[in-house]
Design a protein around this ligand. Structure first.
Ligand SMILES: Nc1ncnc2c1ncn2[C@@H]1O[C@H](COP(=O)(O)OP(=O)(O)OP(=O)(O)O)[C@@H](O)[C@H]1O
Ligand SMILES: [Mg+2]
Length: 486
């Protein structure tokens, strides 16, 4: 099977590797559409089918996956290592993809899922989970056992140690579900059975992992670590918003973040403007849509490097062009494409606004936006933790009229990470921090300045007066000295 794959662009640098070599991204178009995709899009255009090409609002695979070479390399390396000889040392095969909303974490997991479907010949058995499935560790056991035929009751003598039979593991699972806690010993047994019965190496694939409990992630990581140390290769790919790092920090597996963190933590952040333009322009070209390249290069700035927004802009352009007899897309400011795009973007902003508003945190967003604009004006300086926390604190102190924030200042900070609006690409609690979607914070500013949004507008003066509590008046370079951060 592997030999029939036609990688369109080699995603990986050459590196020594034992066979078999896994390339989950081999069939994924990254810098150019393949001839068959171009033909498919041209046929769709000739039949008047313009919907479903771009993928805003879902985790559908985009026509062109741009700017993800590093992430693809890291995932392929993990799969290679998992398929390689059992590690002599206690190595864990687990990577964590972390990044803002809409950056493309789920798409990367979907590519792994496609490459490793149930009947894959690679020898990896994937166990799919969502973070919300894991309020406790027990569902981990359920998920593993669900993939093992129920008739199997062998005990594991070969690896010694705990050596529970599958029937016993199942029994413990139901006990666990009724109030007990799943130990990593139980999960180890279940995984060992899974590996033996299926002759596959188990790989957890967990999306939205920031919604999992620290307990569940701790049990998972400790089991994987122990099993790999015993010579049973198994692994995990976790993906979630920036809050996932704090959840991992609270898991009883601190070694996971302490050691070898560069290899384990994979940031999935913004993509460059040229890549954004490619993700939009190549499918439009294939569909015979006319547009000005320079206008597109200007328009991609509206996307702030967020992959979700490239799909929204592409979809807006196709929608407008499909309604034009001459099949043209005008990317100019104020033209129909920009209007359609802005309405799609507003939908996304409204969602984020509501998530904050429920908790009385829109004032924090207003203050973070003010901080961001200050930093931009000071040549795009990154923010440190002290500045970010002070801006959030100021928002908590100055909530909208009649709102009472229910979260503490620290919880409010974490909540922005949970929503994927605030991000430290280095995954360090000290930052530097970035606002994940600066245009959302412009939207917040507009609301606060609009007198029709009375409850918010009435507090704007107080928020502005409070700015010196987080925007330094002295030299910006001094402000970045983070020595006093917590
Ligand atoms: N590298 C990329 N190039 C082009 N489009 C992309 C890329 N990555 C993701 N997309 C598109 O962006 C949209 C958002 O991607 P995805 O749902 O994977 O993001 P996410 O990080 O999982 O977001 P969330 O945190 O909201 O779950 C999808 O519609 C996808 O098609
Ligand atoms: Mg996702």
């Amino acid at each position: 099977m592997r030999s029939s794959r036609q990688p369109c662009v080699p995603l990986r640098p050459h590196r020594p590797c034992y066979p078999p070599r896994m390339d989950a991204f081999a069939d994924i178009e990254t810098t150019e559409l393949r001839p068959e995709t171009k033909r498919r899009l041209a046929t769709m255009a000739s039949e008047g089918r313009f919907k479903g090409v771009f993928q805003p609002g879902s985790a559908g695979l985009p026509p062109l996956l741009v700017g993800r070479q590093d992430q693809a390399n890291r995932i392929n390396e993990l799969l290679d290592d998992l398929l390689g000889p059992p590690a002599a040392s206690r190595t864990i095969h687990a990577v964590t993809l972390h990044g803002p909303r809409g950056a493309g974490k789920t798409v990367l997991l979907d590519i792994v899922k496609r490459a490793l479907g149930p009947n894959n010949s690679e020898g990896i058995g994937i166990i799919l989970l969502e973070g919300t499935d894991l309020p406790t560790p027990a569902p981990l056991l359920d998920a593993v056992l669900a993939q093992v035929p129920p008739s199997t009751t062998r005990t594991n003598a070969r690896t010694g140690g705990v050596g529970l039979g599958l029937a016993q593991v199942r029994a413990s699972t139901s006990e666990t579900r009724h109030g007990g806690s799943a130990s990593h010993g139980l999960l180890k047994d279940a995984l060992r059975h899974h590996a033996q019965v299926r002759s596959q190496r188990p790989l957890f694939v967990v999306d939205e992992a920031h919604a999992a409990s620290p307990d569940a992630l701790g049990v998972m990581l400790n089991s994987l670590q122990a099993l790999n140390g015993e010579g049973t290769p198994c692994g995990a790919i976790l993906a979630g918003t920036p809050d996932l790092i704090s959840v991992l920090r609270r898991a009883e597996a601190t070694w996971y973040l302490d050691r070898n963190r560069e290899a384990r933590l994979v940031p999935v952040g913004s993509i460059g403007n040229t890549d954004c333009a490619l993700a939009i322009g190549a499918p439009l070209d294939a569909m015979g849509i006319e547009y000005s390249q320079s206008a597109l290069m200007e328009a991609v700035r509206w996307c702030s490097g967020n992959p979700y927004f490239t799909q929204a802009l592409g979809a807006a352009a196709l929608e407008v062009a499909a309604g034009n007899a001459d099949r043209k897309a005008d990317f100019g400011e104020g033209a129909a494409v920009s209007e359609r795009f802005r309405s799609l973007a507003r939908g996304r902003y409204n969602e984020a606004w509501q998530n904050l508003d429920e908790l009385g945190l829109t004032g924090c967003a207003r203050q973070l936006g003010a901080l961001w604009r200050w930093a931009e004006a000071a040549q795009g300086l990154p923010f440190n933790s002290r500045m970010v926390q002070s801006a959030v604190n100021s928002g908590v102190r100055n909530p909208p009229l009649d709102f009472k924030p229910t979260l503490s200042e620290q919880e409010a900070h974490t909540h922005f990470q949970h929503l994927g609006l605030l991000w430290s690409p280095s995954a360090s609690p000290e930052g530097p921090w970035q606002l994940a979607l600066p245009s959302f914070f412009d939207f917040v500013e507009e609301r606060y300045r609009d007198p029709r949004w009375h409850h918010y507008n009435k507090t704007l003066d107080a928020l502005i007066e409070d700015q010196p509590s987080f925007i330094p008046e002295d030299d910006p370079d001094d402000a970045l000295d983070d020595s006093s951060s917590p």
